[in-house]
Design a protein around this ligand. Structure first.
Ligand SMILES: [Zn+2]
Length: 469
């Protein structure tokens, strides 16, 4: 265990100045912005690996050095040192697929079949309740939950993305925000034409505005968007240099329907029609082996949503086969209405477990691979591998620090096993995005919790009234 504790760390712990520095005030600058230490630094970088008694140096929102703490303290100085005793530092978690404001529909219609759930409950509720105010409250609730469970980046697909972008701008998370497009009437739109036009306008409005926000386009799915419309959105994405987020091969019904209509399965169909663009494909439960080479060679990432797929009994995505074929695979929660939370630690553990069952092998999807789905591999799946998913010099300073010193989860023999099978969101101590703390000692720093609770209560009351009527 760690015995070396430099004087500067002791000093920093005592200074009220620390919290101010963490918010990035330039007056506090002395050397580098922040040093974050840990008994272990799980870098997810191939050459750096796991560093015992390590530290990460953060300056100007980026990681400038990662190494043994004694070397870091010798080479760098900071007025803001986050001590590492009994703690692990790792990359912030990446939620590759969610629908943020659906938090407000949490638990509203559980234990129902997907199409019944969508058509009888979710679509009518969305038609009645989804307004910019609803989105602002639901997205903030989602961000609060994600921040307090170690997620630092998410990929969203929901209505009024311009409202979600404002929430993300102020709460400090990193996100790819995709504007939904669908051939049918949806909140605010009559159909394809106007939803497509609004999506393009949203990307233009938010591109280059905030380093943490990547605006994107989200054609809903191959069974709700006509082939020529997929082609159209592919053209728009290429012109705008924006990524696409889409549901693909979620159910067997979709596989049958698209294969019959198009002569090829849904993922190949969508990738052919969308063309050469970055595509983040959620679910891929029914990805076919003959699609794997295309998925591996395209700018494509498959997002595995184990809880949502299990809850809706959609099936188990062939994650180990896709990985073996070289497909980039990430992990997501899906919306809170089909999960019912946005806790990535649960997804990591469930992924590690269900693929052992699927493959009938306890060696399938080992802990290090499960961890990678939510970090390094997840970053590749969403096209941000140059910025996030690893703790290495030049990467964005998106990291989390967890306690590994809670009595309920002692001892720690293997840190990667611990993070996958034992750790959970309760262990989170600090979370940082682009070098700024968003979570510190049990508190979300960037969202007014009391006010959020008041707003959630108001919306909940109106939903419950509507359900009783
Ligand atoms: Zn979804």
């Amino acid at each position: 265990m760690k015995t070396y504790l430099p004087r500067i760390a002791l000093l920093a712990r005592c200074l009220p100045l620390v919290a101010l520095c963490s918010l990035g005030l330039s007056a506090c600058r002395d050397g580098v912005d922040t040093i974050v230490a840990g008994d272990y630094v799980v870098t997810m970088d191939e050459s750096l690996g796991v560093i015992e008694d390590g530290a990460v140096v953060v300056d100007n929102g980026e990681i400038v050095a990662v190494g043994p703490a004694k070397d870091i303290y010798r080479d760098y100085q900071s007025t803001h040192v986050i001590p590492g005793d009994g703690r692990v530092v790792m990359p912030g978690l990446i939620n590759g697929h969610t629908h943020t404001a659906m938090t407000l529909f949490r638990g509203i219609a559980d234990d129902t079949e997907l199409m019944t759930w969508l058509q009888n409950t979710i679509f009518p509720l969305e038609a009645e309740f989804v307004t910019p105010e609803f989105i602002a409250v639901g997205a903030e609730l989602a961000c609060y939950e994600m921040i307090s469970s170690g997620t630092t980046t998410f990929v969203d697909m929901y209505f009024y993305p311009e409202v979600i972008a404002q929430v993300v701008d102020s709460c400090g998370l990193r996100a790819i925000l995709a504007a939904p497009m669908i051939d049918y009437p949806s909140p605010g739109f009559e159909g394809w034409q106007d939803s497509h036009a609004a999506g393009v306008a949203f990307v233009r409005q938010w591109q280059g505005k905030n380093d943490r926000i990547t605006p994107a386009l989200a054609p809903h799915a191959p069974y709700t968007v006509a082939p020529q419309h997929l082609q159209e959105v592919g053209d728009s994405a290429r012109e705008l240099k924006a990524p696409i987020s889409i549901h693909l091969a979620e159910t067997y019904t979709e596989l049958e329907q698209i294969s019959e209509q198009e002569g090829i399965p849904p993922i190949a169909h969508a990738l052919n029609r969308l063309g050469n663009v970055r595509v983040i494909g959620a679910h891929a439960v029914f990805a076919q082996p003959d699609e794997f080479p295309l998925m591996a060679s395209a700018q494509f990432g498959a997002i595995h949503n184990p809880t949502s797929n299990a809850k809706l009994a959609s099936g188990i995505a062939p994650v180990t086969d896709m990985l073996a074929a070289g497909v980039a695979v990430g992990l997501g929660t899906d919306g809170a209405a089909s999960n019912n939370d946005l806790n990535m630690f649960e997804e990591i553990k469930l992924a590690a477990l269900i693929h052992k069952l699927r493959d009938n092998s306890p060696t399938a999807l080992p802990a290090a691979t499960a961890l990678s789905l939510a970090t390094r591999s997840g970053a590749k799946a969403i096209g941000l591998e140059d910025r996030i998913g690893q703790l290495a010099p030049g990467m964005a300073a998106d990291l989390i620090q967890l306690s590994i010193n809670e009595t309920r989860s002692l001892p720690v023999h293997d840190i990667e096993s611990h993070l996958v099978y034992t750790a959970d969101a309760r262990d989170l101590i600090n979370s940082m995005v682009a070098g700024k703390l968003v979570f510190h000692n049990g508190e979300v720093l960037t969202i007014d919790e009391k006010q959020l609770r008041r707003r959630v209560a108001q919306v909940t009351e109106s939903i419950q009234q509507a359900l009783e009527d």
